[in-house]
Each structure stands twice: as structure tokens, then as C-alpha cells.
Design a protein around this ligand. Structure first.
Ligand code: SF4
Length: 264
């Protein structure tokens, strides 16, 4: 029963990808001109909005510091000043310098050599760097290095929680559970498509998070509303299925407004 529910959650997440793709179309992530700029963005976006990251990247571009060579050469204090708009500059600047030092010492300063290392060794190596958590490591692996690694974030966590997708995964840490669920959702797709699908899925969850599923859920008009109708409990406590869907209709408006209220 538990295995069936987990499989159900994964297949629902796969369908949610399709609903989001139909609603929003291709997302063309990550918004950057080079793999190194993606890595910079992955660090800078921690705990801050992308608009602030864009200001820091514009500063770096204006100062000619969007290359590995320039980041090696720039003084730490100057780097801190340039990335100040995206916050935590005293922590993020040394973290960026530490990334470049690791690249130079262990991968001959080459992002290609980094990408060629086995993902199973690369991920823990990135996680051992200062200022790198699972989301930053996985964003670098997926978007900068093109590896088939799912990225989870606060938007996906909210969606999974509101749609009761992780009810049977209490033993896993939230990030690992979300990444594992995403991996299982796309497990039936051809392996060679995984990097593209993980790329698109993360971008799409950010899109729906920004337009509908922020701190307050705005379910009306959301492309995932149909799945939410399945997820919310019916009057007798079961998940909604096509067979019992009529029992559910009267409860739905009340449930979603309660959800909205809980997140206000
Ligand atoms: S806004 Fe509502 S329907 Fe849309 S993803 Fe969030 S909880 Fe689901």
C-alpha cells in the first residue's frame, strides 16, 4: 500500500511536469551566457531574490569579472563590493574564491575536467566546499555541468507539501526526499533525457511558485489545481480518485481556502 502511494506520488509529479510545460512552455534555463556565470549565479542566489543577483552579475560584468581568470585575480574586498547587492557578500565572496581554488588545485582550472569527474564523487566534493548546500551543488551539477541531477527548492517543497506528495517519506530529510521523488517521477523516461527534464522541471516549478504557489497559495487558475483536487482528502479521509471524485467537490473550495489561510 505504502509502495503504491509512493509510486502514485511520483507519477503525479510526472504529470504535474506535463501540466506546467503545457501552461508555461519552454523555460530556457539557466539565464546565463556561460557555465561559469551559472556557477556564480548559483552561489549568489542563495537566500536572495534573482533580481538582486542580476544587479551583482551586472556589476561583475561591468568590471570584467565574469571569467575564471578575472575571479582568480580580483581582490577579495573588491569582489565583496561587486556582489554586495545580492547579500551575504562577506560569506559569498570567499566561497566563490574557494570554488576557484578547488578547481585550480584538483581539476587544473578546467570546468570540462570538473564535469568529467563521476557525479557520485563530485557532489560530495562540492558539498564539502564552504557555502555550498544541496541546492547549490545540484544547480551547479545540472545547469553548469549538464549532469542528470534533480534540483529541489522551496517552491517544490511547498508544492509537495500542499499536494501531500511526501506523506510516506518521513525518514528522509526534506531535500533528499524531494530530490528522490523527482528522480522517481522521471525514472521511466529515457536516461539521456533526464538532464533536460530535470532542467525544465525545476524551472517550471519556479514559474508556478512565482505566479501561484508562493507563501500564500493562489490556487485559482493554477495549472496544478487538478492535481490538488486529487491530493486533498475526501470526506472519509481517502485520497481522491476518479471513483470517489464527486464526494470531494463540496469540500474542495473550503479546503483550498483553508490552505490559503494557513499560508497567509
Ligand atoms: S497554488 Fe494551489 S494548485 Fe497551485 S501548486 Fe500551489 S497548492 Fe497547488
Amino acid at each position: 500500500m505504502k509502495a503504491a502511494r509512493q509510486a502514485n506520488a511520483a507519477s503525479r509529479l510526472r504529470s504535474m511536469h506535463d501540466s506546467l510545460a503545457a501552461a508555461y512552455g519552454p523555460q530556457y534555463w539557466w539565464p546565463a551566457e556561460s557555465a561559469f556565470e551559472i556557477i556564480l549565479g548559483a552561489y549568489l542566489t542563495q537566500n536572495t531574490a534573482w533580481k538582486a543577483v542580476e544587479r551583482s552579475l551586472a556589476n561583475l560584468r561591468g568590471a570584467g569579472v565574469l571569467t575564471l581568470d578575472a575571479l582568480r585575480a580580483i581582490a577579495l574586498s573588491d569582489l565583496q563590493a561587486l556582489i554586495r547587492p545580492s547579500g551575504f557578500h562577506t560569506r559569498k565572496a570567499p566561497a566563490l574564491k574557494a570554488f576557484v581554488a578547488m578547481l585550480d588545485q584538483e581539476f587544473s582550472g578546467s570546468l570540462e575536467s570538473l564535469a568529467a569527474a563521476p557525479t557520485s564523487a563530485l557532489r560530495p566534493r562540492l558539498l564539502a566546499l564552504p557555502g555550498v548546500g544541496p541546492e547549490t551543488a545540484d544547480a551547479i551539477l545540472l545547469y553548469a555541468l549538464g549532469l542528470p541531477v534533480p534540483v529541489a527548492d522551496e517552491y517544490l517543497r511547498r508544492i509537495a507539501e500542499r499536494h501531500h506528495l511526501l506523506a510516506d517519506r518521513p525518514g528522509l530529510k526534506s531535500y533528499d526526499a524531494l530530490a528522490d521523488l523527482t528522480r522517481r517521477a522521471f525514472a521511466s523516461d529515457a536516461q539521456m533525457t533526464h538532464a533536460r527534464l530535470f532542467n525544465e522541471f525545476h524551472a517550471l516549478t519556479v514559474a508556478v511558485g512565482k505566479t501561484h504557489c508562493g507563501r500564500t497559495a493562489q490556487c485559482t487558475g493554477c495549472p496544478l489545481l487538478e492535481d490538488l483536487e486529487i491530493a486533498l482528502p475526501t470526506a472519509n479521509g481517502d485520497e481522491r480518485t476518479p471513483a470517489n471524485s464527486r464526494q470531494f467537490d463540496d469540500r474542495f473550495d473550503h479546503s483550498t481556502s483553508t490552505l490559503r489561510k494557513a499560508n497567509e
